[in-house]
Design a protein around this ligand. Structure first.
Ligand code: SAM
Length: 276
């Protein structure tokens, strides 16, 4: 594995994450024989606005019963949602071994082991055949990827003709630098923020056409402000994204929120269609 990928894996590493989640479920008095997606919903989607925004994207792009690849799938919440609510065959890939193990066990725990699959691997070198997926899905991932050309080329390669690429990402906006840490990086050395126009031009050259884009910044700011107030009042959920972000969660959330409010970064989702 490259030095960069090891640094990224280390950034997201949380030892024995699955058992930590189980212990927290026990403390919340959840019956471990009947755990539902709802019980783990506050921890298993690692992006601003969680399952709510994933559901919106899936509805907008109308991806019922599709074969989906979730790149940088984290601990698998979006794959489980797509399998459960949209009858998709969902395969997730992630550079973090700990996340892939956790995602696999969580799917089994909530009864979705057969409808989801998780693989350890690199987004810039996907272990899949050409034209394999109806949908490629990525949320809050490309900020960690320096080789954007390989990343988008692989997305194009594994998509079927007329397949769609659905993204929800943090992009650079103004000229100022954001402060670190942020949820995807403790330091700038593993953060590769780009303007969304850079993504557009690579994807268009590869043969994908942009069908839709939505600025998600205002909705993101609203939810991050609520989280920020709760954190300042020391209201910390037993099982939430604070578990994945660790001790610096408060600084990470504040820096992300300030970057959005100051116009240095923005949140955008959208859909591209492969036409050749
Ligand atoms: C902020 S998390 C988002 C997780 C997930 N997409 C979600 O929304 O719940 C970013 C994820 O991207 C993964 N990642 C970063 N670089 C990657 C790469 N080169 N290949 C595969 N996964 C990568 C990280 O390990 C991490 O799980």
């Amino acid at each position: 594995m490259s030095i960069l990928n090891s640094q990224i894996e280390e950034h997201y590493y949380h030892p024995d994450l699955y058992n930590d989640i189980i212990n927290r479920l026990k403390e919340l008095n959840v019956d471990l024989n009947n755990v539902t997606r709802k019980d783990i919903a506050r921890v298993d989607e690692f992006h601003v606005r969680g399952v709510e925004v994933s559901r919106e994207l899936a509805k907008t792009a109308n991806i019922n019963s599709s074969k989906v690849l979730d790149i940088g799938c984290g601990i698998g919440g979006p794959c489980r949602m797509l399998a459960d609510e949209f009858n998709c065959e969902a395969i997730g890939i992630d550079i973090s071994k700990e996340y892939v193990v956790t995602a696999t066990k969580l799917s089994k725990l909530v009864g979705l082991g057969r409808k989801t699959k998780f693989i350890h691997g690199d987004a810039t070198n996907l272990p899949f055949k050409n034209n394999e997926f109806d949908v490629v899905w990525a949320q809050h991932v490309q900020m960690n990827i320096s080789d954007k050309l390989s990343y988008y080329s692989e997305i194009h390669r594994v998509l079927k003709n007329n397949g769609v690429f659905i993204y929800y990402e943090v992009f650079k906006k103004g000229h100022g630098e954001i402060n670190y840490p942020v949820p995807w990086a403790d330091e700038s050395k593993i953060s590769f923020l780009e303007q969304s126009s850079a993504m557009n031009s690579i994807l268009e050259q590869l043969g994908l056409t942009k069908n839709l884009s939505t600025d998600q910044t205002e909705s993101g700011i609203k939810i991050l402000e609520k989280i920020s107030v709760r954190t300042s009042e020391n209201i910390v959920p037993k099982l939430g994204l604070n578990l994945l972000m660790g001790a610096s969660e408060r600084n990470k959330t504040t820096n992300l929120l300030n970057g959005l409010k100051d116009g240095k970064i923005h949140l955008e989702s959208g859909v591209f269609k492969k036409q050749k």
